[in-house]
Every structure is written in structure tokens, then in C-alpha cells.
Design a protein around this ligand. Structure first.
Ligand SMILES: N[C@@H](CCC(=O)N[C@@H](CSS)C(=O)NCC(=O)O)C(=O)O
Ligand SMILES: [Fe+2]
Length: 233
């Protein structure tokens, strides 16, 4: 991580075990927030102000099923912030991002890479020069996003994670949207070696994902309709 150009914070919302990230250019103070949560949006806004950052983008990795995004609330606090989502998400946003599209945040360059499979519209945000990837729910620490709702497709997830994330250099640091066991980050090298799901052959991975038998997220009924409208209640 190049700390001379990057301002970086990892924040946590405990009800949904969601990680929110603030990334900023240390030179120009332009910044983005990744996967903010409604309930902690004001906490994050206060920190952005205290860090002297100018919020340009609110980047959602996908239409979340387990919490309401904070991007609508943050747009009201920071009117120049543009909320972004993949153009395959089927949801409303100020800007819909194509696969490979680059965003400039001061001297930082962020690439949107589509990583579908958990949902159709999942994407990861890659800061190549810093060796950092925000993987959303596509790739979790020693795990991955579930594929049993929201157009989930295990075979598609397997292909997109291997093609778009695990093909990056081994040293790249991976920051997920959630963790339920206290882990905060990983690396490409570790996940290629130790991820118990994605190291399986594809057919075994698909079978494994079909038998996860997880309970539906508690907030799904309120989260999905709101997140299709950028978190507007
Ligand atoms: N218990 C939580 C929901 C947990 C859950 O389903 N997490 C999702 C990511 S949020 S869509 C997931 O993909 N988990 C994969 C896994 O292996 O845990 C709640 O009620 O909110
Ligand atoms: Fe999700």
C-alpha cells in the first residue's frame, strides 16, 4: 500500500457485519466511499469531514440483500457525491459502470471489474497501483458470496473470481464486504492457496454452493427494494 498517495480507512457495521472503506487521494483530498451502510452513514460522513476529504463517489459493489446502502443518505450530506453501481445491477444509481471502466479520484485510479455470480451486478473495485482490491461479496476471507438468491450462479461466480480477482498479482490485498469471524483482509496468494471453496474443481464448487443451506439475511425484505433505488427509503 502506497501510503504517500492513499488515505485509507476500514470501518465496520456490526448488525450486518459489513465493511465500509474510505479511500482518498492524499494530495488532492478527493475521495470515495465503498459500501457504506445506512445506519453508519453519519459516522462515516463525520470521519470524511475530519480527514478533510471531498467525497466524489459512493461505490456500491452490488445490490446488497442484508443491509440498506448508505449512498442515498451520503448524497444528501455531500451533494456532489455520485453513487455508482455496475451497469448490470438493474438498479438506480447516478452512474452505472461498465466492466473495465476507470474512475479517477485525484491521483488515484480505480477500475470497476465485473465479478458476477453472487448477483448479476456484482463488481470489484481495483486500485492497481496500490495493489488493493475491494471484492464485495464475490470473494470473502476463505469463502465467497452465497449463490442461492438474487440471480446467484455458482459456476459464474467461480469463473469471474478466478478471471478477475485471483488472476491479479499474488501480493494484492483483498478487502471483502463482510466477515463473520473477525478477519479484515486477505491476499490473492492466500486465497489461491487456502480458500476452501474456490480451490475446489469447478463442478465440486457448484455442488458445495448448492448445499450451503444458509438462512436468508434478516433484513432482506427491506434491503432489496431500497437498494434497487440507491438506498432511498
Ligand atoms: N446472517 C446474515 C447474512 C449472512 C449472509 O447470507 N451473508 C452473505 C453476504 S450478505 S448478501 C453471504 O454471501 N454469505 C456467504 C457465507 O458463506 O456466509 C444476516 O442475517 O444479515
Ligand atoms: Fe451480498
Amino acid at each position: 500500500m502506497n501510503t504517500s498517495t492513499l488515505v485509507f480507512r476500514q470501518l465496520f457495521e456490526k448488525t450486518s457485519s459489513t465493511y465500509t472503506y474510505i479511500i482518498g487521494c492524499a494530495v488532492t483530498r478527493k475521495a470515495a466511499i465503498i459500501d457504506p451502510v445506512l445506519e453508519t452513514a453519519e459516522r462515516d460522513a463525520k470521519l470524511i469531514d475530519q480527514l478533510g476529504l471531498e467525497l466524489e463517489f459512493g461505490l456500491n459493489t452490488h445490490v446488497h440483500a442484508d443491509h440498506i446502502t448508505g449512498t442515498a443518505t451520503l448524497s444528501k450530506i455531500f451533494p456532489s457525491m455520485r453513487a455508482c453501481l455496475s451497469d448490470k445491477s438493474g438498479a438506480k444509481a447516478d452512474r452505472l459502470l461498465a466492466n473495465g471502466e476507470m474512475l479517477r479520484i485525484g491521483k488515484l485510479e480505480v477500475q470497476c471489474r465485473h465479478t458476477p455470480g453472487h448477483t448479476d451486478g456484482c463488481c470489484s473495485y481495483v486500485l492497481s497501483s496500490e495493489g488493493i482490491v475491494f471484492t464485495g461479496d464475490a470473494l470473502l476471507f476463505r469463502g465467497c458470496g452465497r449463490t442461492d438468491f438474487q440471480q446467484g450462479d455458482a459456476g459464474r461466480l467461480y469463473d469471474s473470481v478466478w478471471k478477475e480477482i485471483l488472476s491479479l498479482p499474488d501480493h494484492c490485498t483483498l478487502f471483502p464486504a463482510h466477515d463473520y469471524n473477525g478477519h479484515m483482509s486477505s491476499t490473492v496468494r492466500e486465497e489461491k492457496q487456502f480458500n476452501p471453496r474456490l480451490t475446489l474443481p469447478k463442478a465440486d464448487f457448484i455442488e458445495f454452493m448448492a448445499n450451503l443451506n444458509l438462512a436468508y439475511p434478516k433484513q432482506i425484505d427491506r434491503a432489496l427494494p431500497a437498494n434497487l433505488k440507491n438506498g432511498e427509503l
